[in-house]
Ligand binder design. Structure first.
Ligand SMILES: Cc1cc2nc3c(=O)[nH]c(=O)nc-3n(C[C@H](O)[C@H](O)[C@H](O)COP(=O)(O)OP(=O)(O)OC[C@H]3O[C@@H](n4cnc5c(N)ncnc54)[C@H](O)[C@@H]3O)c2cc1C
Length: 532
């Protein structure tokens, strides 16, 4: 961390998928950018994958839930009233430290669900507004995959060929073929060959908690080194306490706690927030002031509302005659199917879902999560371990106002910032969608010749996609920011993370988060010379 100037052009809060991309883009455009991140730089040799007790570490200091990890950078969360439990990582690189790097894009229809299906709202932007930013982001993160997927618009050649789908991927692919259903190798931000100084994946397995080879892209090793070369600063271990505003309601800078716990103030011409779909509404609500009594940028009352996760379910099967044990190979999605992505009224629900094929997991998580306890535990373990392949159903999650983030003052973090309180219940559309998904996944497992099929009707520990809590729109009465991520109430405050999603799509959100963030940065660079 560089000590210690008191003013800059742009402050970016958060160094995850979105914040790092904006920091890079604006630094290259000649702005003085300081990215403030509450967590530390992570040493890749510390990742669980480099240690014999990796499975234990994944449940303790590298756990996905911040209340389990309880590291100094982790703020407490109250998700007691949420049907889906939160997952995030707080460090330089944000949750991309933990992500698995599966990067499907939204479909053009995802931006027009009100027009097409009469549900939720349309986005104020289209797929085509984002296309070149999706491409730019793939270039920066490095995408392994195969162009030509018939379920999606044509796209430019991927930077690297797909990660090998292996005999297990081929096996499930043949089952999709037998049913006549779409499938395609997954696009991933994991290197299949060496790329931009980062090594190719060695297919060792648990990339979900960080890759010591750097084969999996995370923004601490993609965007941020280039951003720093372009002149940006990253202040790590520094927590933004509040975004400050003046009597005219404009952002003036941030109050922050430095690594020694001392309070400081950094003034800026603009503040960009990329704290994710939970951290951002928390920050905005906590930054209430005389000019923003109900929370910053909250004149519409929409901050914190319309929280969306993705809803998950699935089916897995046991396979006796595979060439390799199924835990071998990276944990990312291997192949995906979008046979049921678009709305078909005859199914009884709106929008749809993607199938993601995943591999088996390590012995300890298999024993703890996949095998029932009791007398038969050891026999069941022997029957399942290394033989299970699964199809996850990731479903679109329509926005509902009652699903929301508020502040819980009874659980402050070490600096006195209240915890986010998350209230979320599963909607009726999601229930129907998941039921359809499980039955369809079962058909694939059957076609693949599974000796036994197990169903999971709903997964609780899947709150890793955080969206919707400061949504974009043209109407200041019903949205928080405009199509440029600019707060309707405060012209020098921008939001760039999943908070500004209008709908969730039926795919992982991060390439869309990063494409939107890069588009916002381009707007600032070209239209807001006054912020330099
Ligand atoms: C286990 C797991 C697997 C995933 N797999 C995938 C996948 O395969 N594909 C996919 O598309 N997505 C995946 N995701 C989701 C993906 O990681 C997120 O969508 C993405 O990282 C969100 O980017 P973001 O910039 O909005 O927030 P984040 O990446 O979460 O970054 C937010 C940053 O803000 C910082 N911050 C918050 N508050 C403050 C404050 N007050 N002061 C300073 N800093 C602050 C945090 O410390 C954090 O570093 C996964 C997530 C997890 C947890």
């Amino acid at each position: 961390m560089t000590k210690k100037q008191s003013e800059t052009d742009i402050i970016v809060v958060g160094s995850g998928a979105s914040g790092a991309a904006v920091t890079w883009s604006l630094a290259r455009a000649g702005f003085r950018v300081i990215c403030i991140e509450q967590g530390p730089w992570v040493d890749p040799s510390a990742f669980p994958v480099a240690h014999d007790d990796w499975q234990y570490q994944m449940r303790t200091e590298w756990a996905y839930h911040p209340n389990v990890r309880r590291l100094p950078a982790d703020y407490p969360v109250n998700d007691d009233a949420s049907a889906i439990k939160l997952q995030m990582y707080n460090a330089v690189g944000g949750s991309t430290i933990h992500w698995t790097g599966h990067v499907p894009r939204f479909h053009p229809s995802d931006f027009r669900v009100k027009t097409l299906d009469g549900v939720a709202e349309d986005w104020p932007i289209s797929y085509w507004d984002l296309e070149r930013y999706y491409d730019l982001n793939d270039e920066m993160m490095g995408c392994s995959g195969l162009a030509g997927d018939p379920a999606n618009p044509p796209r430019s050649p991927r930077q690297m060929p797909p990660i090998p789908i292996g005999p297990d991927g081929e096996h499930i692919g043949r089952a999709f073929d037998e049913l006549g259903w779409h499938w395609w190798p997954s696009d991933v931000h994991v290197n299949s060959t060496d790329y931009k100084g980062r090594k190719a994946c060695n297919l060792c397995g648990p990339l979900g908690n960080g890759c010591s080879r750097g084969a999996k892209a995370s923004t601490d090793i993609t965007y941020l080194p280039d951003a720093i070369k372009a002149g940006a600063q990253v202040w790590d271990n520094t927590t933004v306490f509040k975004i400050a505003t003046g009597p005219d309601g404009r952002a003036t800078g941030v109050e922050y706690f430095d690594p020694e716990g001392e309070l400081g103030f950094l003034s800026a011409r603009a503040v960009v927030v990329g704290c994710n779909g939970i951290g951002t509404p928390r920050m905005l609500l906590h930054s209430a002031s005389d000019s923003h009594p109900d929370g910053l940028a909250n004149r519409s009352g929409q901050v914190g509302k319309n929280l969306m996760f993705h809803v998950y379910a699935g089916a897995s099967g046991l396979f006796e005659n595979l060439d390799e044990p199924t835990y071998k190979g990276p944990l990312a999605c291997i192949i995906m199917s979008q046979e049921f992505y678009e709305t078909d009224e005859s199914r009884g629900f709106k929008r749809g879902y993607t199938f993601q094929m995943g591999r088996g997991i390590g012995p300890a998580p298999t024993a703890i999560s996949n095998v029932p306890w009791g007398e038969d535990h050891h026999d069941e373990f022997a029957a399942r371990f290394g033989k299970n392949l699964g199809l996850g159903v990731i479903g679109d999650d329509l926005p509902e106002e009652h699903n929301r983030v508020t502040l819980d003052t009874s659980r402050p973090d070490r600096f006195g910032i209240p915890a986010p309180r998350v209230v979320y219940r599963l909607g009726d559309n999601s229930r129907k969608l998941l039921a359809h998904g499980v039955q369809s996944a079962r058909k694939v497992m059957k076609a693949a010749g599974a000796s036994r099929i197990m169903e999971s009707a709903f997964s609780e520990n899947t709150g890793w996609h955080l969206m919707g809590t400061a949504r974009m729109g043209d109407d200041p009465a019903t949205s928080v920011v405009n199509q440029w991520g600019q707060a309707h109430d405060t012209d020098n405050l921008f939001i760039v993370d999943g908070s500004l999603f209008v709908t969730a799509g039926g795919v992982n959100p991060t390439p869309t988060i990063q494409a939107v963030a890069l588009r916002v940065a381009d707007y600032i660079a070209h239209e807001r010379g006054d912020l330099k």
